[in-house]
Ligand binder design. Structure first.
Ligand SMILES: Nc1ncnc2c1ncn2[C@@H]1O[C@H](COP(=O)(O)OP(=O)(O)OP(=O)(O)O)[C@@H](O)[C@H]1O
Length: 240
């Protein structure tokens, strides 16, 4: 078994105790417009949290902020022990650390279109200090062994989503952020998401799954929160 990513790299990792992420009164502006407006959220170790909300409510923006891709304009946010809301160089360093230890699966696959799937995954393995055989194993785990030599730009949307899930298996994050958790995924692929979230849970990490499909989300999460106009409101999803 490879060592956990953070052990190899000294990157941001989950503190021995305490929450995976704490978001307090966070504000994010995009192009000068407030998108997250005083948002509060706490992700505990071992939790899988659903994120619901209408189009444009700020779900993707929240994931991108938690992944260290967008700096908060106000409030406080700690992710895996790093204060990504800190001012200046400290905040930039914290967000850089978080970017390498949080896995975000966004709307668009994080794959080079002109590289084969195997080449893409081996590149991720090299960049994260892993053995290239782990890349092959990850592709096999998501049922893409036969597509290893297929270029990403010649794959279906569902295959690309699976390849992104393979990337998440490979990188062993302590925080997994999955946007549009059901988009383009058939029943088997949804099962893969559950395998992935259970793996994160077993490492005492946390997962956030965004979906518009409340009924499909319910069995996959411990609880759900809903965003409206960039702030969390109590959601109606029951705990299974
Ligand atoms: N790059 C950008 N430039 C300008 N505005 C943006 C940008 N990205 C997001 N926004 C705006 O921020 C707001 C929140 O967008 P976001 O994508 O976070 O919402 P969402 O809840 O994920 O929506 P959806 O359910 O449609 O995916 C929207 O009003 C959107 O127009």
């Amino acid at each position: 078994m490879p060592e956990p990513l953070h052990a190899l790299t000294g990157r941001a990792s989950r503190p021995a105790q305490g929450p995976v992420a704490v978001v307090e009164s966070v504000r994010v502006d995009i192009a000068g417009t407030p998108v997250l407006r005083g948002l509060d959220l706490r992700l505990e170790a071992g939790e899988v949290v659903g994120l619901l909300g209408p189009n444009g409510s700020g779900k993707s923006t929240l994931l991108r902020m938690l992944a260290g891709l967008i700096p908060p304009a106000g409030g406080r946010c700690r992710v895996l022990g790093a204060d990504i809301s800190a001012d200046g160089a400290a905040g930039r360093a914290a967000r850089a650390a978080v970017r390498t230890s949080v896995t975000l699966i966004g709307h668009q696959p994080a794959l080079y279109p002109q590289l084969e799937l195997g080449e893409n995954l081996r590149l991720v393995a090299r960049l994260t200090g892993r053995d290239e055989t782990d890349a092959t194993a990850a592709l096999e785990s998501v049922g893409l062994a036969a597509a290893t030599h297929r270029r990403a730009d010649q794959c279906s949307h569902g295959m690309l989503r699976r390849a992104d899930l393979a990337r998440a298996l490979l990188t062993e994050p302590h925080l997994l952020l999955l946007d549009e958790a059901h988009a383009g995924l058939d029943r088997d692929s949804v099962h893969l998401v559950q395998v992935l979230t259970e793996a994160v849970r077993s490492r005492s990490g946390a997962c956030v799954l965004v979906s518009h499909e409340r009924d499909r989300l319910r069995p996959m999460v411990d609880r759900a929160v809903e965003l409206v106009d960039g702030a969390v409101v109590p959601a109606s999803v029951s705990v299974p």
